[in-house]
Design a protein around this ligand. Structure first.
Ligand code: SF4
Length: 463
């Protein structure tokens, strides 16, 4: 892993008339594949039958024709879907979502993006009270909280459960009739509402709504629960909103065409590039993005500097994801397989733009590659601040000891990656580019939505 990894994407729809729910969710989930590549799942109901299919793998590997046929209920009107990333070694099938449980509310299915920082104490309390858990996922804590609130209507039970949960989360929840969407009071993870001719849809990002034929209506507000019941969209502000959405959604995770909390990721990236030039200009001939992560910021940097933007690195779209990295030699070859320089860099002073540096190993290989290809100088510019702290809200930024900026100064990182100069965008620059308050905890260690208790093993599992 050489980039922080998004943990999950969620998607759900409620239709007034029967629809190919499984087929639509399958297509929509493909639009969210970038948010998680290790497991996918779906729950579909026609009001009577309640079907769930999930497994490890990419969306198209999990949803074979055979599986989709099994999910195809002729009278289906409601379903949720999930795509998941998990840290190495914890890629367990039992943690694939949606998770389901039989409760006093009937069968419930839940799909979750984010992380509860108080999952461990809640889980311990539930265990002491006699609950049993089937997975190591913190999502199950939410299910069991709901199960204990079976005397309340589901939206009220969800609101009560929200009051007990801390952290950053976006959740989709369904029974046989109702679809609910919940977002934590800080709005750390994105969640949007869409209106379609046939009903309503919810998704982590707007492009998935468009695939379903739904028009973006608005974001679920921080601290809000929204639900669709009998064709009506209803809402309740459960907790006072205190928005600090994840800056990394705009820096890297979200699709460039995603509009999140009113700001398109691509335009925010371009502005980060412009800010980066203002803060850290370089004497150079060309601007080269690291594809695909550096493209938006490189466009902004080139625009602000007046330097030409060049296609200096080719990204092989067929390299796919490679997991086995047993030797240094193979790791180097893996970078070679994914990226190779073009003649555009020969004899040139290059400003190389990327969105972040995690371990520094890939950045070092890319700088080496450009120099071998004849670049005269490589000035590395990064459109986010140095990552120094772990994320507790559903992003795998790697362990702190693996983060190069946790231990090394900017000058030491520059020397390690072999660049002629190195600069990162400031926190202020990121804020200005996004245009509102955001979570920057992995850069500054100030966690807006709480941290796990001291000594607590955070990862039950992230969702
Ligand atoms: Fe996003 Fe970093 Fe905050 Fe995690 S700590 S939510 S990755 S900004």
């Amino acid at each position: 892993m050489d980039k922080p990894q998004e943990e999950c994407g969620v998607l759900g729809l409620w239709a007034e008339t029967p629809l190919d729910v499984a087929g639509l969710l399958h297509l929509g989930l493909l639009a969210l594949q970038h948010r998680g590549q290790e497991a996918a799942g779906m729950a579909v109901t026609d009001g009577k039958e309640f079907l769930v299919e999930k497994d490890l793998g990419l969306v198209n590997q999990v949803f074979t024709e055979e599986r989709l046929l099994r999910l195809r209920l002729p009278q289906a009107r409601l379903g949720i879907a999930h795509t998941r990333y998990s840290t190495t070694g914890s890629n367990l099938r039992m943690n694939a979502q949606p998770l389901t449980a039989r409760t006093a509310h009937g069968v419930l299915a839940i799909a979750h993006n984010g992380n509860f920082v108080n999952a461990k104490p809640l889980r311990d309390r539930l265990l002491q009270e006699g609950a049993t858990f089937q997975s190591t996922s913190d999502t199950e804590v939410m299910l069991l909280l709901l199960a204990r609130l079976g005397h309340l209507p589901l939206p009220e039970a969800a609101a009560e459960a929200m009051k007990a949960l801390e952290g950053g989360y976006s959740i989709l929840l369904m029974d046989r009739k109702t679809l609910l969407a919940l977002r934590d009071p800080h709005g750390v993870r994105p969640l949007v509402i869409g209106k379609a001719p046939w009903g309503y849809a919810f998704a982590s990002e707007p492009p998935a709504l468009e695939i379903l034929g739904a028009r973006y209506l608005r974001d679920v507000r921080p601290g809000e629960v929204v639900w669709v019941e009998a064709g009506e969209l209803r809402s309740r502000q459960v907790l006072p909103p205190n928005p600090t959405p994840c800056a990394f959604e705009w820096i890297y995770f979200a699709r460039p065409d995603s509009l999140l909390d009113g700001q398109e990721a691509y335009q925010a990236r371009v502005r980060m590039g412009e800010e980066l030039f203002r803060e850290a200009p370089a004497e150079a001939d060309i601007v080269v993005p690291v594809p695909d992560s550096g493209i938006g910021a490189a466009v902004g940097y080139a625009r602000a500097s007046g330097l030409p933007l060049e296609y200096g690195l080719y990204k092989n779209p067929y390299a796919g994801r490679t997991f086995i990295q047993p030797t240094q030699e193979l790791r180097d070859l893996k970078t070679r397989l994914k990226l190779s320089p073009t003649s555009a860099v020969r004899g040139k002073r290059v400003v190389l733009i990327d969105d972040s540096i995690v371990r520094g190993t890939t950045s070092r290989r890319i700088v080496g590659m450009l120099k071998e290809a004849g670049a005269k100088e490589v000035h590395f510019r990064v459109s986010s601040p140095p990552i120094r702290f772990p994320c507790y809200y559903g992003i795998d930024t790697a362990a702190r000891k693996e983060l190069i900026a946790a231990e090394k100064s900017v000058e030491e990182i520059r020397a390690y990656i072999g660049a002629d100069s190195l600069a990162f965008l400031s926190e202020e620059g990121v804020r200005r580019a996004i245009g509102g308050p955001v979570c920057l905890a992995c850069f500054n260690g100030r966690y807006p939505a709480g941290v796990p208790q001291e000594g607590e093993k955070l990862i039950l599992e992230m969702g």
